[in-house]
Write a protein that binds this ligand. Structure first.
Ligand SMILES: *[C@@H]1O[C@H](CO)[C@@H](O)[C@H](O)[C@H]1NC(C)=O
Ligand SMILES: *[C@@H]1O[C@H](CO)[C@@H](O)[C@H](O)[C@H]1NC(C)=O
Length: 153
């Protein structure tokens, strides 16, 4: 009993010491992660093309999207076929008929991960766009790794 109480106290002390430090170093990341539990849209690059991906639950969208949840932008492509996301207002219309519009600051890539870098809208709601950390969300049917460049919530 005494030993376990001592152990508990030690854990509480360690938590109290580590707590504020951890909070300072991860707060931006953490708050961005916490808000990811809703509808979300990811702007992804898949090696040879870009896509706008709709996720009904943004905390769970690391899978190859169905065709209705994927829109391939055709404007503002670079020589590799990837969308130039920054410094433009652009849009993509899904096969469902919903159009997503976005505007991303031209210096978005020089800002820290999870920074607010733009805004977006569809006919249903407005979105805040943040820079993502380029994690691979999924691999498409042709073996292309699709990295999340921006996400809109
Ligand atoms: C997008 O359009 C708005 C309104 O016309 C404008 O204020 C904004 O600067 C544009 N954003 C970009 C990134 O071009
Ligand atoms: C963003 O996160 C990725 C993956 O963790 C990291 O490699 C990169 O350096 C980060 N970029 C910035 C600007 O913090």
């Amino acid at each position: 009993m005494f030993v376990s109480k001592l152990a508990t106290t030690a854990i509480l002390l360690a938590t109290a010491i580590a707590g504020p430090l951890a909070a300072v170093s991860t707060s931006g990341d953490e708050s961005a992660q916490l808000t990811k539990r809703a509808d979300g849209i990811h702007l992804v690059n898949c090696v040879t093309y870009s896509a706008v991906i709709f996720c009904s639950d943004d905390s769970n969208c690391n899978f190859n999207p169905s065709s209705g949840n994927e829109c391939i932008p055709k404007d503002h492509l670079n020589s590799k076929g990837l969308e130039i996301w920054e410094g433009t207002n652009s849009s993509c219309t899904f096969s469902t008929g919903v159009t997503f519009f976005w505007g991303i600051e031209s210096n978005a890539q020089s800002q820290p991960n999870f920074s607010v870098v733009g805004s977006g809208t569809n006919s249903l709601q407005g979105f805040t766009i943040r820079k993502d950390d380029q994690h691979v969300m999924y691999t498409d049917g042709n073996g292309h790794a699709c990295q999340s460049i921006y996400y809109a919530l």
